[in-house]
Write a protein that binds this ligand. Sequence first.
Ligand code: ZN
Length: 219
Amino acid sequence: MAIERDKRERAACLCGKGLVIESFWANDHAFASDYGFHSSGLMLECEECRKEWVILEKVANPSSPPEGKKPIYFIRQADLRAVTMHNDQLGKQASAFREEEQKLGRFLHDALRRLRSSLLTAIDKDGTKIDCRYQILGPLLDIRTLDDFHARVGRTLPKTYLPKLVTSDNLATVLQRLGQNDEAEEILRARRRLKEIAEAKVALKAQEKLPTAGETRFY
Ligand SMILES: [Zn+2]
């Protein structure tokens, strides 16, 4: 597939010795569904200006251009570096949070799997009668009558209904009812921490900065 390219001069650079160019590309394949030129953005074609400036599309101080015109934002390299460093710092914190989230997620996932598998063993120990299973699971899952239990599990097998009855939502409660209070407390702590992390990530996102345009032109 061939790519067609085009360049258009948009404005003079800041020192006046160079230009701001907008480049375009088009897919000229006969079956291309998006025939037409797409902008690949503005470029500053001036060695002098490029020592101090860059052109970016998104800035902290966007201006409303005159009717039918578009803005060209010139950002000082030093400003861009400061903003990039600031955002990188936030990015590092965010990735530390992601790592912690994954670790906690794995911990909760493993705890749930362990509980399901130990319940599976427990309910099969004394045979496979549904009322024996109900004797064990009913009190743990707050299912009050055998009829209710029947209604919940139908004719399905324990390995099918246990994952539906024992979930991350009641994991801590079931562990408490089994007398495994330390494990239950750990689960609750992990969930609280996950909630804190989710909030902290939103706060981090809000601290992200955009560079500020030092000069703006229109074309
Ligand atoms: Zn220039």
